[in-house]
Design a protein around this ligand. Sequence first.
Ligand code: BGC
Length: 769
Amino acid sequence: MNILKNSLLLLVLVTAGSCSSKSEGGMDQKASKSTHLNQEVERKIDSLLSLMTLEEKVGQMNQYNGFWDLTGPAPKEGDAAKKYDHLKSGLVGSMLNVTGVEEVRSVQKIAVEETRLGIPLIIGFDVIHGFRTISPIPLAESASWDLEAIKNSAAMAAKEAAASGINWTFAPMVDISRDARWGRVMEGAGEDPYLGSKIAVARVEGFQGSDLASPYTVAACAKHFAGYGFAEGGRDYNTVDVGTSTLYNTILPPFKAAKEAGVRTFMNAFNELNGIPATADRFLQRELLKDQWNFDGFVVSDWGSMIEMQAHGYARDRKHAAELAANAGSDMDMESYAYVNELVDLVKQGKVQESDLDDSVRRILRVKFELGLFEDPYKYLNEEREDAIVGSKEINDAALDMARKSIVLLKNKNNLLPLKRKGQKVALIGPFVSDKTSPLGSWRLAAEDGTAISLAEGMASYEDNTLRVSEGVKLSNGSNSFPMEVKVNSKDRSGFDEAVKVAKEADVVVMALGEDGFQSGEGRSRAELGLPGLQQELLEEVYKVNKNIVLVLHNGRPLAIEWADQHIPAIVEAWQLGTQSGHAIAQVLYGDYNPSGKLPVSFPRSVGQMPLYYNYKNTGRPTLPGEGVVFWSHYIDEENTPLYPFGHGLSYTEFTYDTLKVNKHTDGVQLTLTVKNNGEVAGKEVVQVYIRDHFATVTRPVKELKAFELVSLAPGEERQLQFNLTKNELGYYLNDGSFILEPGDFTVFVGGSSDTVLEETFTIEALDE
Ligand code: BGC
């Protein structure tokens, strides 16, 4: 019987596609081919839709989390049995958190061989920074400003995940955030919409490759649409209330860039945005994304975000939640059980139009077609490929490359770094020196704990030096896990004495301090941004006996480390760098790799400065009116400036900037400048270009990043660079969402950080359109 059902589907699909070879005279060959393919797919979807019952349509819009141990017997009772039943009756279109060829095959087989129509599942997973092999957290990768490396990192993650049966990642997270208290700042590209947009594109292109149907690529998902990074007070899931100018100019650009790069799915956000939960936001999903932007992929809800609309005070009950979400354009329900239980009734009652369901199902089927799942539902399921790829050298080499590029040298007084290769007694102190788990970060669901190269292991490969290791203090008291709070040690100082003794006898102390891998990420907002637990105390105790300290930070967000900045000579931002962490850090510390990372977020002096970002508005009172006078925009007890600005990062060499020239042309302006490596070693510099539009209909920030280039320069080498700023860079969004370039006065700033070194002014008259 099953064979018969599947042949029915096959027949429909084959016949629908059989008229696809007609020629489309006149069009260029490539465009014509892709139009053909599109038309062919649309015809197949039409045929399939015409076969589907209302229940089966709703089934495609339903996504379940993996719900039973797939190596054991099928569930017989409870919720799992109900879900199992749904799966067998074609009421599930997608599953998440089912991984590995064996597990994925077992659910795919049910969908394909036991349901009436045999429509394959699309299998999703949070491949956020790697799969089994973990790459640096996205914030760290963003610090590389190396778009090719970021793209490659996503491609490697896709390859490993696809080899494990995954078709779809819930990444990239393209939420801009200006608040380090928010735990998910680790998952994005930082505070800037321009950099964030470039990185969004790199990640989408990396995950999806040039052929979605290849067994080495996965569909990507731009999330969380929209505003999630602006949670009030940095508290996760909190209310978001932002003006239209911020929405259009800061929050939406990376989403739009992801769409333009062809991202196949969007995920909506947990938060409400200006009083409307994003999951039921018709303006965002239908008007903007689907109508104005012409997005033809599908939107998945966030986990349970439909049902949570009751708590928001927006939906009366589950049925109402399903109605609101479906009418707003949410195509797939992740784990709310709202669509699967309520949508059929809602259509019968006329509260949701079946044509809207058809639109959602069409979008979901389209992506399944593009992934090649109809051509062969088992195409991602090959044990030999899985064995060859997962954890392979190729993937690990890419993770190491990305990890090195993600490190930011924050401070290096008196060139304490790089360490000497010989004859230096090095002490390694801190809770992260031997930690093989925290460097894997928060989204490490498919990785095994304890699989990162620790700092001690990485340093040990430079065996000419005497290395002494002392943990000094424990950061937490227990074994930490994804859903649970980390229990921070605030009492046990029993390791201090030993650490101080080891420090006393060393020439240089490398201290590895920071946050547990589970102290940033979802649900992990912080109200303090210092070093958690007893680490600050340990740092100060060690400093009393040895001032030659290199502080190596392991963390998922900007930290407020003003004491360290004032006292510690060298500070290295090593984030959570993934599987190859220890090797990458050791190579930087010993100068085998010259650090080139630049901060994608501002580092605060104190938590009270949050939200903190370089592209702020000037206000009406930007400057001190007179010594001691209070009436200007400032704090009475803290500076306005960050500890380390956006774009900051040092190198073992030094770069200088010269001869910035601005030439006007019909499309905007062209800048030329020279950058020179003035040091003794080769290095890479991220040349950054910012603008300020001095007067505008809607006020503009004091500085906005508009271009950058990563350049490698040999010692003494000088390079002339050229940048074109056109309407895209010089314009902005008005409050009605229209994009405009207003003639007027601009300043352009150039340098190796947002604290720029050169500037020029220019005037834009109306440009040729
Ligand atoms: C997160 C999403 C994630 C989803 C599935 C949610 O809690 O907000 O970003 O993709 O879970 O794991």
